[in-house]
Design a protein around this ligand. Sequence first.
Ligand code: 26Y
Length: 823
Amino acid sequence: GCYADPVRAGMDADAVFDGMTEHLFFTLGKLATSASLRDLYMALSFAVRDRLMSRYLTSQETIRARPQKTVAYLSAEFLIGPQLNNNLLNLGIKKEAEEALKRFGIESLNEILEVEEEPGLGNGGLGRLAACYMESLASLQVPAVGYGIRYEFGIFNQLIRDGWQVEVTDKWLKGGWPWELPQPDEACLVGFGGQTESYTDDNGNYRSRWIPSEHAIGVPHDVPVLGYRVNSCDRLRLWRADATESFDFYAFNIGDYYGAVEEKVASETLSKVLYPNDGTDEGRRLRLKQQHFFVSCSLQDMLRSLEKRSIAVEEFPNHWTVQLNDTHPAIAVAELMRLLIDQHRLDWDKAWEITNRSVAYTNHTLLPEALEKWDLSLFKNLLPRHLELIYEINRRFLQQVRLKYPGNDLILRKLSIIDEEGGKAIRMAHLATIGAHHVNGVAALHSDLIKRQLLPEFAQLWPEKFTNVTNGVTPRRWVALANPELSKLLDKEIGPNWITNMDLLLELEKKENDSNFLDLFASAKLSGKRKLAGYIHRQTGVLVDPSSLFDVQVKRIHQYKRQHLNALQVIAQYLRIKNGITKNIAPRTVIFGGKAAPGYFMAKLMIRFINGIADVVNADPDMDGLLRVVFLPDYNVKLGEQVYPATDLSEQISTAGKEASGTGNMKFAMNGALTIGTLDGANVEIRDRVGAENFFLFGKTESEIMELRDQGYSPNSFIAESNELQETLKLIEVGHFSNGDSELFRPIINILTGNDPFFVMADFDDYLRAQDEVSKAWKKSKKWNRMALLNTARSGFFSSDRSIREYCQSIWKVKPLPVEISC
Ligand code: 26Y
């Protein structure tokens, strides 16, 4: 795996220049004199990709020569973001690339980075977490493969027209994407539908055989994932579905060869598009097909890797540890059983032992509407053999439960994989929990609630199975790459090792009273704010003042995340300014960003609501110098890189108990934003680490919310007690933010004054109080800067390196495998 040609592997500016020149000529068919920015982006990307190859291939050789356990991270989403800058950073050739670009007449690398389309192969937090974890795995030199789907269309692009969200197809592959390596020779065949039949095998045993009615072919498209300044380069293997019409392109050993060739199934639609709902399970047939498709390909791929090396299938758990990123890949429990029993002829107990020793499950949500359930008839129609296996898993499991709780039918009903309430359905969280050796939540509070509320009967049955791994984010992308000014300052002050050892940031605590240093810290922030202000002006036409407080809420739009609470607060501030009560007001720019699921009416209306407020506020001269409101269209990874470094105040205001963890909250804190937030998800741990005095806490706790709900919550009792809230609601009702149309935002008013499912009214006054604290603190700039510095200094815990170390030690039992390159 070693290739030393300087044109392909050289790390200096000359070599990068030569590599680009060759790619322009031979790969792109262009002369340097006529190359466009896009051509130069492609040429540089190919030159960088060349430099990944010896690392990538040597990493694979190393594990082949010294077999040890590899992590298989199964996720329906990988929101990896732009690749070029990250690979330049991790390779350590950013300066060299800049120098090479100068010779093509390009003065700033940014011009080239601008061209890159990001693969939006995820909705939000869960997909981005998978990407951060892949980067940390490689950086920690842990052998790993991420398995997922190569959606042809990722998360839609968002336009804002007349204040409304408009969805536009994400054609990220147009023009070619230089970071993937298709591997058609490693294609896998996946079946769907049909029926099972029983037969007696050669040894006289009754067996079941699945005769699918359709097949699809999965073609791996591999993306190299390089670690930071190491040779370890892991693989993200994304499956593209091909129709079996092109089956004869591939060499397979299956019984029904002709049947497979003759199929006229448009199987390629399987990997066509990412479902854009995060948080609401719609139980769609095609989604289950997508899940089984990528899970089956991935497990076959793992088993094949053992066969290739003549390793017995019984050894599977010593070579692979399979992590399920939520229940989306939970069919893996049944599919691994099927492959072991039907294809590899293992008996049930052996197959179950292998499955259980290999699989672990991460839960990312408690919200009932996000818990995957599959209608039994749909499931049976698509995966009849899997249904049989699930019935048997369930039968054996419930038998075990009966022995422990004799005569307790209630507990059987609660634990069963089959939900018998209403139409029968398969509960994927139960399948995953029974099949896995560990179940973890993604923040301390969340993991606790899994045990107390979501799966209490399981937690009682298997207390040792349940654990917590608090989420983390990669400091490479989210600090080193996104925030060059802060990074420079950190390098100068504490040396460059913070990038791989974020605990070193604690040394910054010594600087908390150093005015000079605080000024430098603040000017790094100001530089980020100037850049964002420029972007805001170009995108929205709104002029914002970089010296105002940048108050930011970016995340998917959801009622539980309560963007409407933030919006109401903005209206309250607007009213104060209109009424001349400006003494305690700090000049603010309130920035929102995020996509709404296309079918989520309330979320889309919330976007319209924010834009309605923005129009009124920004057009009113009374607001000049005091208040601006911006909705940033098309929030994605690339835009996040602009936003986190430019933020003073991070809005983390979900109803307590509803946000499993949050990861944006961590990105903000690392970049020196202060948080205004509830005791929800990882906010709790952020506050514990950075110090309560450096965090603006408000709102009811999870147990207070529960109590309120149990007592029969009535939002009107809270409204009755708050004049500002009444005035705020009234202004919306008269159509002040909708050109006099008093109907437009009626649904928002109705929900808030009706049953207010997310307790917005209950938390409003305390939120306003906390915002006043924010304004007060902002006016003492030195104190603010000290608080901000302490947020950066104490946020090392939220590095995904720490999270991955925890997974490796307590769940996966895997060790690093350093990769050496000999040439
Ligand atoms: C069932 C299907 C429609 C579905 C699709 C996507 C359900 C959920 C999702 C995505 C969930 C998600 O992004 N969850 C977030 O995971 C983050 C990483 O753990 C958490 O930080 C965050 O709190 C949680 O909402």
